[in-house]
Design a binder for this molecule. Structure first.
Ligand SMILES: Nc1ncnc2c1ncn2[C@@H]1O[C@H](COP(=O)(O)OP(=O)(O)OP(=O)(O)O)[C@@H](O)[C@H]1O
Ligand SMILES: [Mg+2]
Length: 496
């Protein structure tokens, strides 16, 4: 039993651990003064507040939360010695509940059940939900999460483009529309929308996905429909296809435009007849799944170029859900929110998570100016890299490494979207190597420079197999490469 998002206000790792037991995403605030900002940013389902901050802090936090109309349960994490007087005092202030100690998992689970039951009944009230959607742009919180619509999907954004996508998502999810088409450039969030619809329609059923670009026609056919034993050379066992595996859940056909043309009529038949046969089989199997298809390409153009069947196009293009590119004027406003969200939810350097609190104005302006050919995924990568590189409490311009070749690297192929030859792992390896060289392999100093613990440093050195002698050679190569393409990587080196 867990909640999507918990904010733990405490310096104590035990309280963080308690939150991690029950939250899929946990955000920490070391001080009550930072807590409200984080809460407003991430809009959690629960706030755990350490009782060791003095009651005045709790009172102040609750009052300020009230001012911002934040209605999120605050549970006080008490000491192991139960103190009824203290717990009563907190409850009077408006706390939701009180835990007897930092390992009171049982009571926390009961509280979570209560919260879930409460939100379960309200979230599913369609009238309330529609009203809330109408009012969403007036909300005080900085973010709007699709999760409010759909279980565990965190879709951040409050731009007009995202709000209208979310409205459409909800309408389609609430209808009987099947198949469902989701279109948008790479990294715009198509899979996120697919999962949101799935969670809204049939949260307890299977979600299966297949990338139509990744398999040959024969393999894709047997992946989708399954096959009977002996139906072709190599079919030595019966195979259940994804259409059957999805049951009454969802089958997502990713990159539908890449489906081999000879397979397209077979898919069309399933969509029309709601039944299919395994390859080589004679038994009709009923298809109960919601079929979703996503595409980076303009399917109409594909039809005109005779790469996509017109009849299939009309069958799937009933109520398409469109995701705008991040650079579009209707969505650009979300860049800052997304950057802050990715900063707060980054897991790349757990030790730094609470230390890096924000981005500088210049850094944000730079992000806002970029065209983001890799869209939200590209932005997420840049923020993760910045977290890795940053040694202060704010991400500054020097941490924002936007690969100048990124635009060229995004080819017309729908399968791309990443920067070729440059990865987060490479950046991490390089930075660690530099820190070690700078400090003459004094690991304590290197760890301090990197803002990580010695234990993490040891683990990373092992993970990347960084050796003293090897380092000299590989670093020279990296320096050359940086000079040529990723010039801003030299800035953090200077900082070191
Ligand atoms: N609005 C959003 N809020 C938070 N994260 C997002 C949002 N949109 C996308 N992301 C994140 O960006 C990444 C890419 O999203 P997703 O996989 O859904 O894109 P896609 O459109 O399916 O891309 P592709 O076409 O390359 O398959 C994921 O890590 C996803 O969680
Ligand atoms: Mg996708």
């Amino acid at each position: 039993m867990s909640l999507q998002r918990i904010v733990a206000v405490s310096k104590d790792p035990e309280v963080q651990r308690l939150a991690q037991q029950c939250g899929r995403e946990v955000f920490g605030a070391d001080e009550p003064a930072d807590a409200l900002d984080i809460v407003r940013t991430v809009n959690p389902n629960l706030i755990l507040f350490d009782h060791r901050f003095n009651p005045g802090h709790v009172r102040e936090f609750l009052n300020r939360a009230d001012k911002y109309s934040i209605d999120i349960p605050v549970v006080i994490v008490g000491g192991n010695d139960s103190d009824t007087e203290l717990s009563a005092e907190f409850m009077q202030m408006g706390a939701y509940d009180y835990l007897q100690g930092r390992q009171d998992y049982k009571q926390l689970e009961r509280i979570i059940n209560r919260i879930k039951n409460k939100s379960g009944t309200t979230d599913r009230d369609p009238k309330r939900e529609n009203k809330r959607l109408e009012n969403v742009s007036e909300k005080n919180t900085s973010y709007f999460f699709a999760e409010d619509l759909a279980g565990s999907v965190s879709m951040v954004g409050k731009s007009d483009a995202v709000l209208s996508t979310l409205k459409m998502t909800k309408l389609v999810a609430g209808s009987r529309c099947n198949p469902i088409l989701i279109v948008g450039e790479t990294g715009t969030g198509k899979e996120l929308v697919a999962k949101a619809i799935h969670t809204l329609r049939h949260p307890n059923e299977q979600f299966v996905a297949v990338n139509c670009a990744a398999l040959t026609a024969n393999l894709l056919e047997s992946e989708l429909f399954g096959h009977v034993k002996g139906s072709f050379t190599g079919a030595d066992r019966e195979k259940t296809g994804l259409l059957e595996l999805a049951g009454s859940g969802t089958l997502l056909l990713d990159e539908i435009s890449e489906m081999p043309i000879e397979l397209q009529p077979k898919l069309l038949r399933v969509l029309q007849e709601k039944s299919f046969r395994k390859v080589g089989g004679i038994k009709n199997i009923t298809c109960n799944a919601t079929i979703m298809a996503s595409s980076n390409r303009n399917l109409k153009n594909e039809v005109q170029a005779n790469r996509f069947r017109r009849d299939l196009y009309y069958r799937i293009n009933v109520s398409p859900i469109t995701l705008a590119p991040l650079r579009s004027p209707q969505r650009r406003g979300d860049i800052r929110l997304l950057a802050e969200y990715f900063l707060k939810s980054s897991t790349i350097c757990p030790e730094k998570r609470n230390k890096i609190t924000s981005l500088t104005k210049l850094a944000i302006e730079t992000l806002e100016k970029h065209d983001w050919p890799g869209n939200v995924r590209g932005l997420r990568n840049v923020i993760e890299r910045a977290v890795l590189l940053e040694t202060t409490d704010k991400i500054g311009l020097s941490g924002i490494i936007i690969d100048p070749t990124e635009c060229d690297e995004i080819s017309d192929s729908p399968t791309t979207g990443f920067i070729k030859g440059f990865s987060l792992a490479k950046a991490e390896r390089e930075l660690i190597s530099r820190a070690l060289q700078k400090t003459g392999w004094q690991k304590t100093r290197a760890a301090a420079l990197l803002g990580i613990t010695r234990a993490t440093l040891y683990a990373k050195v092992k993970q990347y197999n960084i050796e003293r002698d090897l380092y000299v050679a590989s670093n020279t190569a990296v320096e050359e490469q940086n000079g040529a393409s990723v010039s801003s990587l030299s800035e953090p080196a200077a900082a070191l």
